[in-house]
Design a protein around this ligand. Sequence first.
Ligand SMILES: Cc1cc2nc3c(=O)[nH]c(=O)nc-3n(C[C@H](O)[C@H](O)[C@H](O)COP(=O)(O)OP(=O)(O)OC[C@H]3O[C@@H](n4cnc5c(N)ncnc54)[C@H](O)[C@@H]3O)c2cc1C
Length: 457
Amino acid sequence: MPSPTNTLTSIQGMAEGLDGRVIGPSDPDYDAARAVMAGGIDRRPAAIVRVASAADVARVIRVAREIGAELAVRCGGHSGAAHGTTDGGIVIDVRDLRQIDLDVAGRTVWAGSGLTAGELTAEVTSHGLVVGFGDTGSVGLGGITTGGGVGYLVRRDGLTIDNLIGAEIVTAEGEILEIDADRHPDLFWAIRGGGGNFGVATRFHYRLNELPAFYGGMLVLPATPETIAGFMAAAAAAPEELSTIANVMTAPPMPFLPEEWVGRIVVLGMIGYAGDAEAGERAVAPFRALAEPLADMVKDSPYSEMFPPEDPDYHPTAAAVNMHIDHVDRDVAATILDHLERSDASLAAAQLRQLGGAMARVPADATAYAHRSSPIMVNLAAFYEGEADRQAKEAWVRDFATAIDQGDPAVYVNFLADEGPERVRAAYPGATWERLVEVKRRYDPTNMFRLNQNVTP
Ligand SMILES: Cc1cc2nc3c(=O)[nH]c(=O)nc-3n(C[C@H](O)[C@H](O)[C@H](O)COP(=O)(O)OP(=O)(O)OC[C@H]3O[C@@H](n4cnc5c(N)ncnc54)[C@H](O)[C@@H]3O)c2cc1C
């Protein structure tokens, strides 16, 4: 790899031809531009290019190829493995690709890949339309869309990629392609779940779904084996308009939570019903009946309120494991509660996402996201402070995962940290992996795009 100074000089050499801007270590906004979400990350790219067009992306890729610089692609910066940054290489930062071309009558939108989930959601929901992303507004379209996208509409509308009908992408050769089911279908298949392995997406074309009314918010219950198992039973039995995320976790201080519950384990349930208040109330009644809620903020409200305001300076360090399970009965719930109660982490959590519905009806080979039949996605996490604590918390999440393992090897690529090639393979079972490798060989045989959950050519 060339020295950072040489890399910066090469990039600056083409700066006049760029529509966007090059940021180097001596620029006043360098530190802000290189920051990513994951805590404990302090990488120093030689250059960050805030691209303003697909042509910019193509130019930067060509320079990186010519000089042999490492290339990172960054959108919302939320990669758990901090793949959106590099030490000494070049970051293609797409955050200025923000154009929105909305076709309300046709119910589609072309969106710049640098937007966040929250930004595009605010725009389209003001027209009674929606495309589902995840549970966090600041996550970038670039990362969540290419990995899959599991959120509050997953059971009604499927994953984000199930609503992706096309994209503009810049390949490792610097070619700008429009891709969809007819044009470069192999590449279009691969970017729906295969992550950033195949090129830099500059625009996404989404189909929009109607959302004239929404009923949702947070329901906090005391955590007992019965409430945890009951929540998941209700989530599985609910109509597909209802999607949930049950965060069984140490309660943080929250203004609406009784003081004596702070630091104790609660079920912090996020509930979204895509419909009106009357039907929503009926669908949410089984959850409310589980126990006297500690807080109940589930109500008729704009969908965009599912993305609460965030602190951009929040960079926690967490050990985490993603996995899938079949069921959460009383025994599994008791095991979950037991592990959480024994943790000394400032925040320990088991996040349970009931899947199924529309996402499960998509054939496993239709996209590179193949885990269509796993009913429940689980994220286990514990915050840590410092290196010794990191090892302890990593051991804790591993033990926890073993204790609730039900034999499903599926992993969701977007919740992987830096966990090695075997875990990447677990995200892409059997034929999916073979097909991804084929597409990688065709479009990126030298592995230019390798700072990601890497499909090796
Ligand atoms: C707090 C938090 C909450 C989350 N909640 C959810 C959730 O509810 N549902 C869910 O599905 N996921 C969720 N995720 C995971 C999230 O989808 C992934 O971490 C995703 O990769 C982040 O995308 P980003 O653009 O913000 O990150 P970045 O770090 O900017 O990008 C991550 C990777 O995506 C690829 N990439 C980014 N932009 C492009 C592009 N334009 N073209 C091609 N490749 C690109 C690159 O390989 C890059 O390294 C969450 C993550 C966090 C930190």
